[in-house]
Design a protein around this ligand. Structure first.
Ligand code: URA
Length: 234
């Protein structure tokens, strides 16, 4: 049970002071009765705004096809972000909607967004080793020995002491490869290729665990059930 004004603010409807005005205006019902106290403790499923049930009170989990040019950071100085693709109410939720790991500004493809912070921790934890599949194009022809170098589990990235976990590299074309990683280090795909002397020109994430983009267009999202990865506390 939560205070009505806190609940509405956390789901991005309005500020706590605006909630008072909404109650006065008769816009909120609790179990079918007009609410008269913003401090009343309520269950989300009992509340309606303008006759509608609350928007995703159990949390949001979205699979997004991130276009190029958007960052996953909330820091506005870093440029337009992936959250700007979402409805404004979702952008105002608190806890905020954040990405599960990050894709670079110049990487496109599958990114999960959620306001379920335990899920972010679970899916990004090195313990869970969720496989992530990337498509990369590079600046010169790929050499066969790269497959072994990526798979060896000994590759060191500049400035790091711990070797990268084994990664599976498959050639798709002379300058295009599919790479499966189970870690998520900063700029990892670009840095692994750089460690071998190749420059990544384009990068796209095609899969996260069992999830893929299907026919989702860039800039669009698909909702997943909040418990898609199992029960999660809110
Ligand atoms: N590796 C990168 O270099 N960039 C990404 O966005 C993701 C993985």
């Amino acid at each position: 049970m939560r205070r009505l004004d806190q609940l509405l603010a956390s789901l991005g409807y309005c500020s706590r002071s605006e909630a008072r005005d909404w109650v006065k205006a008769g816009a909120i019902t609790v179990r079918g009765e007009e609410a008269d106290d913003v401090g009343e403790r309520v269950k989300a499923e009992d509340v309606q705004v303008d006759g509608e049930p609350l928007d995703h009170p159990d949390g949001l989990l979205l699979l997004v096809n991130k276009p190029l040019g958007l960052v996953c950071s909330h820091e506005l100085r870093e440029g337009p972000n992936v959250y700007s693709l979402l409805p404004e109410r979702w952008q105002r939720r608190n806890p905020p909607v954040t990405s599960v790991g990050r894709l670079d500004k110049e990487t496109s493809g599958l990114i999960l967004l959620t306001d379920l912070s335990p899920l972010v921790h679970r899916l990004t934890s090195p313990k869970h080793k969720v496989p992530k599949v990337y498509r990369a194009t590079v600046d010169r022809d790929l050499a066969p020995d790269l497959v072994e170098r990526f798979a060896a589990g000994t590759m060191l990235l500049e400035g790091e002491k711990d070797a990268c976990a084994p990664a599976e590299l498959k050639f798709v074309g002379t300058r295009e490869a599919e790479l499966t990683l189970t870690e998520g280090r900063y700029h990892q795909v670009r840095r692994m290729f750089a460690a071998c002397g190749w420059t990544v020109l384009t990068l796209h994430r095609a899969k996260f665990g069992e999830l893929d983009l299907g026919d989702l267009a860039p800039g669009k999202w698909r909702e997943l059930p909040a418990d898609f990865f199992g029960p999660v506390a809110r």
